[in-house]
Design a protein around this ligand. Structure first.
Ligand SMILES: Nc1ncnc2c1ncn2[C@@H]1O[C@H](COP(=O)(O)OP(=O)(O)OP(=O)(O)O)[C@@H](O)[C@H]1O
Length: 232
């Protein structure tokens, strides 16, 4: 159960590329703002077509660029890739209560993930009748993660799942991601630009930006030092 990815493309003015080999467990995409982390997630989800390379998840080929201009690229459409994508903003449906948001995309009888179990795992029982506009940032994030899990995904894509949360909520969601990493056997690709999050949660860290390099958990301490604060 892993990611096997080697993709790249031009996005705006920059070239975004990423290489992940045998990425089981939780792989962190790490790098400063604007280097292309979300673009990589979108290429894996099928929302952005790569310019070259391949995407394989759990040994299933999802994308492969063709070398022959007469032969189209192999490209599984987004809805058939079965990604559980948690976007940077929770993007809940405002006109549906939490329960309906959670069950939107639920594949009854198909999944290894049970509705009650997911509600319990994410601590959502008390929120089911609430409207999205009444939720805190952390609660909305938990609902978005629950909705992704209940769509019975083959893999999870988490884009900055801890951004714009206060310290207590961050701790809560980090604990949750650790449980997902350790208890579900889904490969997870998670974006962050926070060094401490990356080191705590990742089984490996892939740096995006410039040449892309991969750090195994045992060598995570080799991440470059944080930039000094700018004067003034
Ligand atoms: N549709 C677009 N047209 C032109 N440029 C784009 C487009 N989408 C993104 N970009 C640029 O491509 C680069 C990569 O964007 P992306 O959102 O993937 O980066 P990121 O590392 O996820 O950033 P952040 O951490 O701020 O979310 C950025 O420099 C961005 O300005």
């Amino acid at each position: 159960m892993s990611f096997d990815i080697d993709v790249g493309r031009q996005v705006g003015d920059i070239v975004v590329q990423c290489h992940i080999e045998a990425g089981d467990g939780l792989t962190v995409l790490f790098g400063p703002s604007g280097v292309g982390k979300t673009s990589v997630l979108n290429m894996v989800a099928g929302l952005l077509e790569p310019g070259w390379g391949y995407v394989r998840v759990n040994d299933e080929l999802l994308y492969e660029a063709s070398d022959d201009p007469w032969i189209p690229d192999f490209n599984v459409p987004t809805e058939r890739r079965r990604a559980g994508y948690v976007f940077q903003e929770p993007r809940l449906f405002p006109h549906k209560r939490v329960r309906a948001n959670l069950l939107y995309g639920w594949r009854a009888g198909e999944g290894a993930v049970d509705v009650d179990e997911t509600i319990g795992l994410l601590g959502l029982a008390g929120l089911l009748d609430r409207w999205p506009r009444t939720l805190s940032g952390g609660e909305a994030r938990r609902v978005a993660i629950g909705r992704a899990l209940l769509s019975n995904p083959r893999f999870l894509l988490l884009d900055e799942p801890l951004s714009s949360l206060d310290r207590a909520r961050r701790e809560e969601i980090m604990g949750l991601i650790e449980r997902l990493r350790d208890e579900l056997r889904l490969p997870i690709l998670m974006v962050t630009h926070d060094r401490a999050e990356a080191e705590r949660l990742g089984n490996r860290i892939v740096e995006i930006g410039g040449s892309c390099s991969c750090f195994r958990r045992s060598t995570i301490s080799r991440l470059p030092p944080a930039a000094p604060p700018s004067p003034g």
